[in-house]
Design a protein around this ligand. Structure first.
Ligand SMILES: [Zn+2]
Length: 206
């Protein structure tokens, strides 16, 4: 005996194809919104981690200045190869501290080239100044604490360039480069805003 057949379906189905497609579209839209919100939250968290790093680096640089003629750090501030080149490792710096969360590149910050080498460039490479590898070109009392950039997001491909100028500036936070100033506050530099060379010379002695 055949099973009792159910009542033949005569009304409209619970979902027409159009309605089903509409539901799928709405779900896809919501998933897209959620994804972009999460991406944004992640970018904000990375930027905050980077800001903490840059702030702390500025603080360590100030600590080392007390034992180094009141000057900013020397150019190869995370170089470990020579005791003749005092670096920030001696003041509590860690690999985590010099790693910006927005990049895979280790040691992803540089010191402002203009504070380790006078603008005339005669001391670059150590020639002419016996103290070149001991500390940077300027003392803290010569720099504008609010205007002078000390550390910044730096682009490099291998082991780091130690310093930042317009060539090595890395705009990795939503097309902005994060920097810390001499007094330790942080800021974002927009690629289009002003020539980055100009920004990196702000607050230096004439
Ligand atoms: Zn960063």
């Amino acid at each position: 005996m055949p099973p009792r057949s159910s009542t033949p379906f005569r009304g409209r189905s619970a979902f027409t194809l159009i309605e089903l497609l509409a539901v799928i579209a709405v779900v896809a839209l919501l998933a897209g919104l959620l994804f972009s919100a999460l991406t944004h939250v992640r970018a904000m968290a990375q930027q905050a981690q980077c800001a903490n790093n840059l702030r702390e680096l500025a603080r360590l640089a100030q600590l080392q200045s007390a034992e180094n003629g009141g000057r900013v750090p020397q150019g190869m501030w995370y170089y470990e190869g020579s005791v003749a080149r005092p670096n920030l490792w001696d003041y509590g710096m860690t690999e985590e501290l010099i790693q910006c969360a927005s990049t895979e590149l280790p040691r992803s910050y540089g010191i402002n080239l203009n504070v380790i080498k006078p603008n005339n460039g005669t001391n670059w490479g150590g020639s002419g100044d016996p103290n070149f590898w001991k500390y940077g070109a300027y003392g803290y009392d010569q720099l504008d604490p609010v205007k002078t950039v000390l550390f910044a997001d730096t682009f490099h491909t291998t082991t780091g360039y130690y310093y930042v100028n317009s060539v090595h500036a890395d705009y990795r936070h939503g097309d902005k480069m994060q920097v810390s100033y001499v007094d330790g506050h942080v800021g974002l530099v927009t690629r289009e805003e002003v020539e980055v060379d100009q920004i990196l010379q702000d607050g230096l002695p004439n």
